[in-house]
Design a protein around this ligand. Sequence first.
Ligand code: ZN
Length: 120
Amino acid sequence: MTQTNEKLKRDTSENVVKSIAQANEKLKRDTSENVVKAIAQANEKLKRDTSENIVKAIAQSNEKLKRNTSEYKDISVSCGDCHRKIFDGKVIRARAVNVAEGTALCRCKKWVKVPISLTV
Ligand SMILES: [Zn+2]
């Protein structure tokens, strides 16, 4: 009877230790899988967000460019002295253009402010 109890006690302890080890192993595996899964999802989301932001930024940039271009069409610049048209909304007609200062040299040799954007 005493021996049986002793064996039962030992067996139970071994089983408990074994099942705890298995549970820990499973928990470790599950956690790893979940972490990997969560990281994958986070990366996917980040990728999607970044793509969306890039698309959005390009769209905004295009919109801005379009607006700027159409604004130019409404602008015409004439020389203050000889009233010759320097810029007709598309082309600058001048002897020279100072890109740094955004001015064009009229045929009457007066520098006139014209809309220039530095895009190369
Ligand atoms: Zn002029």
